[in-house]
Design a protein around this ligand. Sequence first.
Ligand code: NAD
Ligand SMILES: O=C(O)C(=O)C[C@@H](O)[C@H](O)[C@H](O)COP(=O)(O)O
Ligand code: ZN
Length: 373
Amino acid sequence: MTVLDLNQPTVTGAAERVGVELGARSYDIVIGNGLLSDASHWMGLPASRHALIVTNETVAPLYAERLTERLATLYREVHLVTLPDGETYKDWPTLQRVFDALLERGCDRKTVLFALGGGVIGDMTGFAAACYMRGTPFVQVPTTLLAQVDSSVGGKTAINHPLGKNMIGAFYQPARVLCDTSTLATLSDRELSAGLAEVIKYGPIADPNFLAWLEQNIDGLRQRDPDLLRFVVRRSCEIKAQVVGSDERESGLRAILNFGHTFGHAIEAGLGFGAWLHGEAVAAGMVMAADLSERLGLATAGLVDRLARLIERAGLPTRGPRLEASEYLRHMRVDKKAEDGDIRFVLIAGIGTAVVRSAPDDMVAASINAHCD
Ligand SMILES: NC(=O)c1ccc[n+]([C@@H]2O[C@H](COP(=O)([O-])OP(=O)(O)OC[C@H]3O[C@@H](n4cnc5c(N)ncnc54)[C@H](O)[C@@H]3O)[C@@H](O)[C@H]2O)c1
Ligand SMILES: O=C(O)C(=O)C[C@@H](O)[C@H](O)[C@H](O)COP(=O)(O)O
Ligand SMILES: [Zn+2]
């Protein structure tokens, strides 16, 4: 991929826009400090009588009132549904509560859904929007770092199945993504680190300069320097928008965004959803995938150490939990990239270049055993 402009972070108060170019489904990602309080970025959203804010019990007390006030100037009826918090609730019964709320409040097919929260809320709201009356518009208002740099962009929506991560879902693009970076101030350190895992991912798969920049700035990011945070949100969105813009439904290139996820999803499913955060599982998964890249002779020696050092400095695990390699393999066989039972991994063939390959089970097991407790 082309390396885009890596200027020093912009320090202006003005919001920035990154376009996701998908023809009729194109939309903007708007990034700025205080967007929830700035009416100008909320103009031109899909028109409707009804808006439904979908959020959870942690985020609602923090930001639902501000979003309700903002939407009250745009929609005649603004409804709110507050879901329980956690990855364990990314499931059918909780999704059903969104449909209950829509029907009980008389919402029609033009109703605009607003996903206010992290990736769990974003993925479920998007899926609800894809299904309700066969499709109603939705807007992402991501409030975690992970959601601002990754999950709010690109239209992958889903819930989990006990046997596999994100197994039931749809590709369904939002009408806009509004990233208010000021919401990151209330995020826990653990969740901030989880978001950094998906940020780090973009370096090895797409942008060597970004990886080097992260190595220089990781401490400042963990200290929540607002300019650094805003820069990583923008740069991450630029990379993801470029990938999604050229392969919306993952027929090829888009799979590179799954770096670390084949192992990571096995960790999440193997331990039971919610035991490890998604970002934590992806972090350990990236180390295993880097190891496999070295073992297969795709990457030169040193990749694992370099990546693990950065991951550790980001406050993330570099080793997976104690699970048998056979248990990992069992979960990985249901990964969506698998073909005919053949597990396919995103591997690194030099920093900035990712490839998708299968590998012999014994080599995969060796990578797992070398990097799990
Ligand atoms: N669709 C995609 O492309 C994509 C990409 C990456 C991850 N995901 C999915 O996203 C999910 C992980 O997202 P996540 O890391 O945002 O987790 P999350 O949605 O569970 O949010 C993390 C925690 O932070 C809380 N929270 C949210 N915003 C807050 C704020 N501003 N202040 C304080 N607390 C806040 C939440 O209530 C939750 O407890 C996983 O289900 C993963 O599979 C999807
Ligand atoms: O947008 C994508 O494409 C990604 O793969 C982004 C991932 O970070 C994300 O976790 C995604 O939900 C994983 O998708 P899946 O198809 O493996 O469930
Ligand atoms: Zn992910």
